[in-house]
Design a protein around this ligand. Structure first.
Ligand SMILES: [Zn+2]
Length: 143
């Protein structure tokens, strides 16, 4: 099964995250809000709702899987975490919270944020994903 997962795009292995956290005690039990937990899991599995993931299922060419924000960048997790126009306020809060918790990554990676190696970081990141998802859903309704 692990051998198959290695080649899977929709797997924590794709992002080089340790798979054990998805089955053992970790974010699944620590995150109390169901929606935050769900979104954190989807991000770990490289399936956070985005144009890229939608395109994967609808067979839209990769070059056309661009975010609907002004940046016109591929709607990847990197884009969502670090540069998307959606969630800019939530991002500010995310980085401030990381600082307050003395988890100062000068340049955090997607892997750092989704590693689930620290309960507090996981909670902060899950709240960010929740806020971003809500903002994106609101935008989709308007357009
Ligand atoms: Zn964007």
């Amino acid at each position: 099964m692990l051998e198959a997962a290695k080649h899977s795009t929709c797997s924590p292995i794709h992002l080089n995250l340790p798979l054990c956290r998805d089955f053992q005690k970790g974010y699944m039990t620590n995150l109390k809000k169901h929606e935050s937990c769900r979104l954190f899991m989807l991000a770990r599995f490289n399936m956070f709702p985005s144009v890229v993931v939608r395109g994967r299922y609808l067979a839209i060419p990769e070059s056309e899987r661009l975010c609907k924000c002004r940046k016109q960048e591929p709607d990847t997790l990197e884009h969502i975490f670090f540069s998307c126009d959606f969630g800019s306020y939530a991002r500010k809060q995310l980085f401030e919270a990381l600082k307050v918790n003395r988890q100062i990554f000068t340049q955090p990676t997607v892997q750092d944020l989704l590693a689930d190696s620290d309960d507090q970081i996981t909670l902060i990141v899950a709240e960010f994903l929740s806020a971003v998802h809500e903002e994106r859903m609101g935008h989709d309704k308007e357009t």
